[in-house]
Design a protein around this ligand. Sequence first.
Ligand code: C3B
Length: 829
Amino acid sequence: IDRAIVEFEGDFFIKRFFVTDSHGNKIEDLENLERIKRALAEAIGGDGDGTVSVVKSTANRGIVVRRAGLVEGFGERKAKAERMFSLMDGFLKNDPFSLQKDILHHVEYTVARSRFNFDDYEAYQEGDAALGNGGLARFSACQMDSLATLDYPAWGYGLRYEYGLFRQIIVDGFQHEQPDYWLNFGNPWEIERIHVTYEVKFYGTVEDVDRNGEKHEVWIPGETVEAVAYDNPIPGYGTRNTINLRLWAAKPSNHFDLEAYNTGDYINSIVNRQRTESISNVLYPDDRSHQGKEMRLKQQYFFVSASLQDIIRRFKEAHNNFDELPEKVALHLNDTHPSLSIAEIMRILVDEEQLDWNKAWNIVCKIFSFTTHTVVAEGLEKIPTDLLGSLLPRHLQILYKINSNFMEELKKRIGLDYNRLSRMSIVEEGAVKSIRMANLSIICSHTVNGVSKLHSDTLKMRTFKDFYELWPEKFQYTTNGVTQRRWIVVSNPSLCALLSKWLGTEAWIRNADLLTGLRDHVDNTGFRHEWKMVKRLNKMRLAEYIETMSGVKVSLDAMFDVQVKRIHEYKRQLLNIFGIIHRYDCLKNMDKNDRTKVVPRVCIIGGKAAPGYEIAKKIIKLCHAVAEKINNDADIGDLLKLVFIPDYNVSVAEMVIPGADLSQHLSTAGHEASGTGSMKFLMNGCLLLATADGSTVEIIEEIGSDNLFLFGAKVQEVAELREKGGALKVPLQFARVLRMVRDGYFGDKDYFKSLCDTVEVGNDFYLLGSDFGSYLEAQAAADKAFVEPEKWTKMSILSAAGSGRFSSDRTIREYAERTWKIDPCQCPF
Ligand code: C3B
């Protein structure tokens, strides 16, 4: 390597960047990445003009522009970001393999002309705003991108948590959680709206007041906190429309409790105030179980109350008749987390705006639509009435009234079928009397959506059967999707360039259906060669990351086999680990000659366990214990490696997904409502090994069953298999693997006992044992396909070619047209 050339435009942007050998030829051999980086560091890492340094990127987010302290005001910042992106586009056009850009993935540069020096910047990596737990939140982010791009007039509301989802660190194979204080260095993208604030109230009592001779109930709250808006603009792609994600932060209210101060208890009243202000502090890390915690309920109401005040204020600015509300406002409930808004809007309309109850109810029922994102029972929220009654006494009354009206109406429709009436009631009687938030949401929404066809069928036939029979027309499905702008354009620039080159257009970035055009080139060897090169480049990027994170060196010739998602028993990471143990066991017992025929594998697992979810944490530990054994077995070498990637998050996903050959989606049929990870892998030309669950069923319709590896019980077989209990047939291989773990082959025998018990015959709720045989067959089929690179590449191309239907653009268009009945609306400029 002779020189690295970096040309700058202005102070901020790298205009051109390349590396040449001593003959002046551009170097494309990325195996030499380390050397290239060193050369670069030598060439420009010193001082030069004192502005640029090169380091190993840990975030791997492409070019990271350091903004802090450099620019002020959103307009200017946006203009600069736009310039940067247009330069990046330039790279892509001139270099179909986007060599330069891939190297830039490893290069961070910054401007040190202000008071910062580079070391400060290194600590200030722009991390993810981890404001959600898993698939549900990431899906919302994709929806926001599509809403903006398709010019729909829509806003998102949420909470501005100071601590997002915990950072996962692994010590000795165990997960530890660390707080993620992501706002430490400020968030330059957000705009604090100090003038958009609302009071949110809690506790207190309900009192009767006389209004024109009539008795009315009015809430006299006991505690007030202020909600301040922080706006996060979401620019659409290829349009000037920008929508808003408005996040609320809790701030001290200026309403002092005079009495407390006057009695001299100054310190305690400050402490109490601080407790109130902590409402938006931290995201609950359990993505499914709801333990009826007061703070969680406070967060939900804080979010709902501030958002509704904002929505109603904006409505009232232009309208004065609430009859027009359903014409102008559509509110979508994503899962039941915001469903208190039903009671809150009734309270506003009846208690504050003084509308008649029935009139208000008719309006409200035309505004809400509801998507449920799960079938797992723990996912259906129930709020103990004791808790609700103390925190929001008026809301509890309103909920009781909604329920008694509904029960009366229901009796007229179905008669005195008390079992059914009690199943459909919003109020659950029992040891802990509670409010069923899903029932409330269904009753009040005009549309109830599932997130895939299979999920919707399950809702209709099982979870909400009673409601489906009452209102079949309410039930629909809108299959999830993901945005190709993040999951291809941002995270896989090489593939992005390749797609545009062979499709002859960049229009697929706004219209993913055009990806089907790839089918026309699948027999073109030149195209397939380039396709393979892109995958290899991404595998290199991933291999380097794996080595940095875990010290494990992996071979690029191996199949990169990935399972990344939250750790859950139903997602069956344990099935994957058992499969790996089985593979290892076979290798150990194999003739040396036969080993030459084995497809080398790099198995990659990543995901966070909820801090209180013991079994999930044990799965993580087992994965490390097995990895320890396999990776240090010199006899096995490159034939099998197992790596756990810590702290799986969006940034990590952006690197892992493009580098995967195979991805696993193993949920027991009927348990994954949709799944969106699979769609991201599909877009990146990664083959799927999956059960017929969630949206996979529709993926098969698009790409054909020949282009993925399907296994496991079908949804209609699951109940019957479970009934068999102890009489269930389990393959010998499964019993053997289970025995190895039980006997302490991977150490920590006692620790793993309870984990093994969960999959023992008779206790194996998620059916790992009975699916194991067909799982191994699917894995064998994957191996067989992988040794024929041309066949594999065709399958990979056809996977990406069929991924257009799983763009969130399609999802959003369906919601807009069918559910919200809204039209695109371009901002006039
Ligand atoms: C998830 C589901 O588990 C996924 O199947 C689904 O694709 C996404 O939502 C988006 O619809 N989900 C989640 O991450 N957290 C919940 N509490 C419920 C569902």
